[in-house]
Design a protein around this ligand. Structure first.
Ligand code: BEZ
Length: 222
């Protein structure tokens, strides 16, 4: 059965572009984005790895490590890095796993044989500091991913882990959030002193609970 949300991310030892990594040990207390790409020296993958490298400071700011994977050998990863630097203006600044025996790809369900028998599809796993899988995504080989969306989900996961809220469609950090239905109005008064707007009894929108009260008062007064 494929890995599901809440499962422990399988541990592994792998050869990567920054040396041998013991996955859980390497992750430490950070969040991890583990993502597979189909093949080195291919166009969509080249743009994706450049984009992850550009966004890596944003991932780091959130306490997230990124790590890529394909079934290519280490030497190919290293040679391809030069092309990525040349064409994308930045080289990969995160480890890339050389999973040539497909051990990790199979453990994580990254090969979808009816799509491609040999090469990984575009998967993403967001893994929290307890090593639990918190998001999975699978994209076809022809569609490059939107890594801003991965950052957006990490913002949501980190916020909702800390507060009794969920985040609405297309939410971005700082925008209003939803008070979860299990919190009664009486409890909500305690937890959300800035108040809320109830479009329905089950749909209560409140300012991002990290908004300092002062800032909210200033915004509200125009
Ligand atoms: C690409 O990165 O462009 C690609 C890789 C494998 C299959 C299709 C496209």
């Amino acid at each position: 059965m494929s890995l599901q949300l809440g499962d422990t991310a399988p541990d592994f030892v792998a050869h990567t572009t920054v040396g041998v990594i013991e996955f859980h040990k390497w992750a430490g207390d950070d969040w991890v984005v583990l993502f597979s790409h189909p093949k080195d020296f291919t166009p969509v993958c080249t743009t994706e790895l450049g984009q992850v490298a550009r966004l890596n400071p944003e991932f780091a700011r959130r306490g997230v490590k990124t790590i890529g994977l394909s079934v290519d050998v280490l030497d190919a990863h290293h040679r391809w890095a030069d092309d990525i630097r040349e064409t994308q203006g930045i080289a990969p600044n995160f480890p890339i796993i050389a999973d040539s025996d497909r051990r990790i790809a199979y453990a994580y369900g990254m090969i979808h044989p009816r799509h491609d028998e040999l090469f990984t599809v575009r998967t993403v796993f967001i893994i929290d500091p307890r090593k639990k899988i918190r998001l999975t995504l699978t994209y076809p080989q022809t569609a490059g991913r939107n890594f801003d969306e991965i950052l957006r989900v990490i913002d949501s996961l980190q916020l909702t882990d800390a507060h009794s809220v969920s985040t609405p469609a297309n939410w971005h950090s700082g925008e209003d959030v939803i008070i979860v239905p299990s919190v009664s109005d009486a409890d909500a008064h305690e937890r959300f002193p800035l108040g809320w707007h109830a479009a329905k009894p089950y749909l209560r929108l409140t300012p991002d609970p990290r908004t300092p009260r002062q800032e909210f008062d200033l915004d509200a007064s125009g």
